[in-house]
Design a protein around this ligand. Sequence first.
Ligand code: 7TS
Length: 408
Amino acid sequence: MSATFDVARIRQDFPILGETIHGKPLVYLDNAASTQKPKAVLDTLRHVYEHDYANVHRGVHTLSQRATDLFEGAREKIRAFINARDIKEIIFVRGTTEAVNLVAQSYGRSSLQAGDEILITAMEHHSNIVPWQMLCQQTGAVLKVAPINLVGEIIMEEFEALLTERTKLVSVVHMSNALGTINPVKRIVELAHAKGVPVMLDGAQAIPHMPVDVQALDCDFYAFSGHKLCGPSGIGVLYGKEALLKAMPPWQGGGDMIRMVTFAKSEYNTLPYKFEAGTPAIAEAVGLGEAVDYLQTIGMDKIAAYEQLLLDYATQKALEIPALKIIGTANDKGAILGFTLHHIHPHDIGTMLDQLGIAVRAGHHCAMPVMDFFGVPATARASFSFYNTAEEVDVLIDGIKQIIEVFG
Ligand code: 7TS
C-alpha cells in the first residue's frame, strides 16, 4: 500500500497478530478500544519485573533507585513525545478517565461556582461527560453541549455562541472514538483563550494516530491512555500547564504526594508528585515509555499517512455495499469506520465477524448521546492501526457481504 511503510515487517513485532480465532487468522480491528503490544513493550515489562523492580521514590537500595530511574526516564520520554515544556507537567494516572476526573475534582471543584458553565460537545465519550455532570452536581455549575452536524462535525458557530463569560472550562475530544472525527482543536483553543477560558483535550483516540504537540496546540490539559498507544493498561497521562497544576489542590491524598505529615496538617509535594498519591503502575509506566520509543522509531507522521490510506481504502470498499451506512463522515477523520447494515443488529454483525476471526466492536462505544443523535441503538466499528493491512480490509468487506447474504 505504501512503499515506505513496511507493514509486513511491523506485524512481526506484534506476537498476538499470529493468533488464529475460530481457526481463522486474527484480523484485529478493535484498536480504538485497545491496541495490541509490540514485543519491545512485552520484553520491557518482563525485564523490569525480572531485574529492576522495587517501589519508587522511597528506597536507598539499588533496586529502588533503578526502578525510580526507569520510571522517571519514562516520564521524560513522554514529555518529549508530546513536547511538553517540563516533566513537572506530566502526571501519571490510570488512563484518560482518571485524568478527566482529576481535572474535574481538583481544578473544577476548586474554581467553579454555581452558575458557571463547562462546555463540551455532543460527540464526547462518557468519560468526558459524566465527570463534569458530577462536578455540576457538586458545585451548581451547568454543563453546556455544542451540537454536531449530520456528518459528525462540531457546528463551530454554535460552539462559539455557547462560549460566553459564564464559561469557565472547555473540554473537547481531539478525535472521536465513535465517529472518527478529528476536531479543529487548535481553533477551539484559540477561541476559548480569547475569552480567557482554559481547554482540556481528550486525546485518547488522537494520540495513537498523529503527532501531538501540546505547546503548538496551546491546550491547558491533555489526557491519554497507554493501552491505546501500544502500551500497557493501567497507565496513562495527564498533561497540564505548570502554572495551572501548581495552583490546583491535590486530588487524592496518600503516600508520595506529601513532603511532611503531622496529625495537625500536611505539606504537599512538588509537581508532578502532588498528583500521584500511592504506589504507581511502575513497570507499566516504563512499558509506556518503551511504546513511545517504538512508535517514534516508526514515526508518527508515517503512521498517520499510512492509516489515512487504509481508511480511504476501507471507506471506498464500504461505499460499494448498498446496505451499509457509514456513521461518521467528517472531512477530517481518523482511521475509524463505524457503520450499520439496515436492520441487522450490530451485535449480530460483531458476533458473525468474530466467527470469521475478525475483531470489531459493536455497541454504543461509551458514546450513547452520539448513537441517539444518529438515531441508532449501536454501530459496528472497525478501527484501524498501523499494523493493519489492505488485505485485512478485504477480509472485513467479504465478511460484511457474507452477513448480508445470511440475513437477506
Ligand atoms: N476518551 C475517548 C475518546 C475514548 O475513546 C476512550 C476509550 C476514553 C476516553 C476512555 O479511555 P480509558 O482508557 O480511560 O478507558 N474508548 C474506548 C472505545 O472506544 N472502546 O473501548 C474504549
